[in-house]
Design a protein around this ligand. Structure first.
Ligand code: ZN
Length: 128
C-alpha cells in the first residue's frame, strides 16, 4: 500500500515578477508530498523530511528572490510560484534519491505545492 507523507513549511520572501513591478513580500506555505510504500510505519522519516526542506528553504528566507544567487538563473529571472516549485523539486530530488537507494522500498513520486492564504499557486511533480 502506498501512502503520502506531507511536510509543510513557510517561506517568507520578496519578489518582483515584472521589470517595473514593485517588489512585494509573501509568506508562502511550501508543501512537499512524498509518496511511497510503508516501511515500519513510515514512508520516510518525518524529521528527516522536515530538516531537508528546511535546509533547502533557509538560503531563500527573507531575501529578494530576484537577486538570490542560490536560485538558478531561470528562477531568479522570473521567480513565479511555478518556477520556485520546480527549483525546490530539483533540489529535493538528489537527497531523496539517495535516501531511496539506502532504504528500499522506493518513493514513487515527489511533489511540491506552493500555497498563499489557502490557494495553491504553483505545483511541480516528479515520478521517481
Ligand atoms: Zn508575488
Amino acid at each position: 500500500m502506498k501512502l503520502e507523507l506531507v511536510v509543510t513549511l513557510a517561506l517568507e520572501a520578496t519578489h518582483s515578477l515584472e521589470e517595473r513591478e514593485k517588489p512585494h513580500s509573501h509568506r508562502w506555505d511550501i508543501q512537499v508530498g512524498l509518496k511511497g510504500d510503508l516501511e515500519r510505519g513510515r514512508v520516510v522519516s518525518l524529521t528527516h523530511a522536515q530538516e531537508l526542506l528546511s535546509s533547502i528553504l533557509k538560503p531563500l528566507q527573507n531575501t529578494f528572490l530576484n537577486n538570490n544567487d542560490y536560485l538558478d538563473y531561470d528562477t531568479r529571472a522570473c521567480p513565479t510560484c511555478e518556477n520556485i516549485a520546480l527549483f525546490l523539486l530539483n533540489r529535493l530530488k538528489e537527497p531523496l534519491n539517495q535516501l531511496n537507494s539506502k532504504n528500499p522500498p522506493a518513493l514513487s513520486f515527489i511533489q511540491v505545492g506552493i500555497w498563499d492564504k489557502g490557494v495553491q499557486l504553483g505545483f511541480a511533480r516528479l515520478s521517481l
